[in-house]
Each structure stands twice: as structure tokens, then as C-alpha cells.
Design a protein around this ligand. Structure first.
Ligand SMILES: [Zn+2]
Ligand SMILES: [Zn+2]
Length: 171
């Protein structure tokens, strides 16, 4: 298993636009932090956790050409805003499987209604296959995944355990 931390920044990213804070003005590459997301390469599967506004640049920077599933932790914008940019993967592979709490899927349907419509879909729009995550373990192509539920302030969030790796964000 190979885990790539694509982003570890706050919801605005680091640096923050226009900020004169020393961290934001820093030349240290460790102070350039994209919005949070992780790619788990697991025996031939590329499993992405969260798909935020920096998704496109994160895919380009790491030369990912295939996407087998997206696991969403929660519906905050910095974790979901990149969903439209799955289009290149969709054009090559077809519908991309997405996994999330039912509440999160409903939030995605509000923001990206055109992705989820079944009739008169715009030809350039991407497609997804929805999978509802509950507190029960589930499998993606034979790979066992354990959801871990916890609170991010008042909001329920899922972390995910895959083999010896577990990822819990915003906790
Ligand atoms: Zn959050
Ligand atoms: Zn967050």
C-alpha cells in the first residue's frame, strides 16, 4: 500500500490569499499546503479520500491517470468542491464509484445536481455510482474498509481504516 498525502492544509489552504502572516509569506515548501485529500494505492486500486477544490492540481502533480473510488469524510466544501473535475477519469473509465454517509450524498446532490440527474443529462457532465456508507464495514473490489465515525465539532464525520492504515481528518 502506498499513501500519498495530496493536501494537509486548512479549508482555505496555505498560504491564505492576501495574507501577510509569516507562515503565508514563508518560502519553505512545507508552508505550501493544499486542501486535505489522500490517495491510497492498494494492490492496483487508486482510492481517493475526499475530493476538494485542489483535486485537479493534486492529480496532475502526482500523475494519477486512474481513479477507482472516492470515499468522502464529510460535506464541507474543502472536502467535496472538486467533484466536477473527475471528468477526465469519467471519460476514460465511466461512472466513478463514490462512498459517503447518506447525509453527505444528499449534500452532493444539492451542489452537483447535474451530476446526479438521470434524464437529459448534459453530455459533458461526469457520472458517479453512489454507495451509502454506514457504520458497517464494506468492500471495494475485495478490499475491506472499516468506517470510523466521530464528531468534527457537531458534525458526524467518517474516517476510514484500510488494512494497517487509518485516516481521520478534521478531528
Ligand atoms: Zn470540515
Ligand atoms: Zn476540513
Amino acid at each position: 500500500m502506498k499513501v500519498t498525502f495530496l493536501g494537509t492544509g486548512t479549508s482555505q489552504g496555505i498560504p491564505i490569499i492576501g495574507s501577510t502572516h509569516p507562515v503565508c509569506l514563508s518560502k519553505n515548501p512545507k508552508d505550501k499546503r493544499l486542501r486535505v485529500s489522500v490517495m491510497v494505492e492498494w494492490e492496483g486500486l487508486n482510492i481517493l479520500i475526499d475530493c476538494g477544490p485542489d483535486f485537479r492540481m493534486q492529480m496532475l502533480a502526482n500523475n494519477f491517470a486512474r481513479l477507482d473510488a472516492i470515499l468522502f469524510t464529510h460535506e464541507h466544501n474543502d472536502h467535496v468542491a472538486g467533484l466536477d473535475d473527475i471528468r477526465p477519469f469519467f471519460f476514460r473509465q465511466g461512472n466513478i464509484p463514490i462512498y459517503a454517509h447518506e447525509r453527505v450524498l444528499n449534500a452532493l446532490k444539492k451542489r452537483f445536481d447535474y451530476i446526479f440527474v438521470t434524464e437529459n443529462k448534459y453530455p459533458g457532465a461526469p457520472g458517479v455510482n453512489e454507495h451509502i456508507v454506514t457504520d458497517n464495514d464494506f468492500e471495494i473490489e475485495g478490499k475491506h474498509i472499516t468506517p470510523v465515525s466521530y464528531l468534527h465539532n457537531q458534525l458526524q464525520v467518517y474516517g476510514y481504516r484500510m488494512g494497517g492504515f487509518a485516516y481521520l481528518t478534521d478531528i
